[in-house]
Design a protein around this ligand. Structure first.
Ligand code: F6P
Length: 361
């Protein structure tokens, strides 16, 4: 099949490193003599009467853009086209309109930069509309299977580690316990990695149960050792010991995680009279300049994704394994959701460092 024009889109929650991936795909495609079109706001721009897009050229990226967080194309993690929320409160299948939009642009293939949710939805659109697609994994949660790392994770961990570095001196100045709440949805990768790197005394993740008794015992033992402060990092999806998630309902009717640190703070005060403070890091983890690792991985992914199209290999996702980029079926990556391995190296390392990381062995 001869390729002349490809589309690139970013879908789902943004993260740092997306622009570096777009840049690499554009450079590689132009070397092959192809045109590159950036779709606006994931697939949402295709719902306009005239599809919204921008022509991408290598020169657009080589200045400040590749160094920037976010995505110059825009993104969305709402409005599933198969169940699109309409103003009157109903939902409508608008997948045919999006497929129509793809066809109007006369794209020979599409590079989707997304996470499991985006791959599932855009994969279904691609199958329905006969659109040729390859995927590049991005998610600060790092929960996609078949790849050791996704774009955005390294920057998020770096931000969370820096937050612990900044919390430590103020904790020590005031004899306090600082509780840092980080993102990650149902996977505790950010908390585990940043907790180890940032010298946390406690790491709480959704994969491992904990008890208030053992948590306070750990804080007490830190005090007894003569240290006047302690650091706790907790993943947003950690539940109360009786199984309640900390969530808030937003105006769009969606529930999002947030606030488990407040519960822990109150519990610590109640049970052991400890003075604690909370910091919820939130979307700070998604923004800012990408780390060198995210830029490097994103660049390698962008190049290889275009190579896959050139080789006629579709419905595949580029993945990082054993120091190189390989490609795997997108379906397998979605199916093998990756939480923290509770018997793995990092949990073992945390315990060996004396960190309380919960009770399941
Ligand atoms: O999946 C990425 C992520 O940043 C999660 O870590 C977090 O729970 C969620 O997205 C936040 O979503 P939103 O952008 O809708 O606030």
């Amino acid at each position: 099949m001869s390729i002349k024009k490809i589309g690139i889109l970013t879908s789902g929650g943004d993260c740092a490193g997306l622009n570096a991936a777009i840049r690499a795909a554009v450079h590689r495609a132009h070397l092959l003599g192809w045109e590159t079109i950036g779709l606006t706001n994931g697939t949402a721009g295709l719902l306009n009467a005239e599809p919204s897009y921008r022509v991408l050229k290598p020169g657009d990226f080589d200045g400040s853009v590749m160094r920037q967080g976010g995505t110059i194309l825009g993104s969305t993690n709402k409005n599933n086209p198969f169940a699109f929320p309409m103003p009157d409160g109903t939902v409508k299948d608008r997948s045919d309109e999006i497929i129509e939009g793809f066809k109007k642009l006369e794209l020979d293939a599409v590079v989707t930069i997304g996470g499991d949710g985006s791959f599932a939805i855009i994969g279904e659109l691609a199958r329905k509309g006969g659109i040729k697609m390859v995927g590049i994994p991005k998610t600060i949660d790092n929960d996609l299977g078949m790849t050791e790392v996704s774009i955005g994770f390294d920057t998020a961990v770096t931000v969370a580690t820096e937050a612990l570095d900044r919390l430590q001196p103020t904790a020590a100045s005031h004899d306090r316990v600082m509780i840092l709440e980080v993102m990650g949805r149902d996977a505790g990768h950010i908390a585990t990695s940043a907790g180890i790197a940032g010298g946390a005394d406690v790491i709480l993740i959704p994969e491992i149960t904990y008890s208030i008794e053992n948590l306070t015992a750990k804080i007490e033992s830190v005090k007894k050792s003569g240290r006047n402060f302690a650091l706790i990092i907790v993943s947003e999806a950690v539940k109360t010991p009786d199984g309640k998630p900390a969530q808030m309902e937003y105006a769009d009717g969606e529930k999002r995680y947030g606030g488990i640190s407040h519960y822990l703070c109150a519990k610590l005060a109640e049970v052991s009279g400890v003075e604690a403070r909370t910091t919820i890091l939130g979307h700070v983890q998604r923004g800012g300049a990408p780390t060198y690792t995210d830029r490097m991985i994103a660049s390698a992914f962008g190049v290889r994704a275009v190579d896959l199209i050139n080789e006629g290999k579709f419905d595949r996702m580029v993945a990082w394994q054993n120091r190189q980029v390989i490609d795997v079926p997108i379906e397998d990556a979605i199916k093998t959701y990756q939480q923290v391995d509770i018997h793995g190296t990092l949990v073992h390392t945390a315990r060996a460092l004396g960190i309380y990381i919960g009770d399941d062995e």
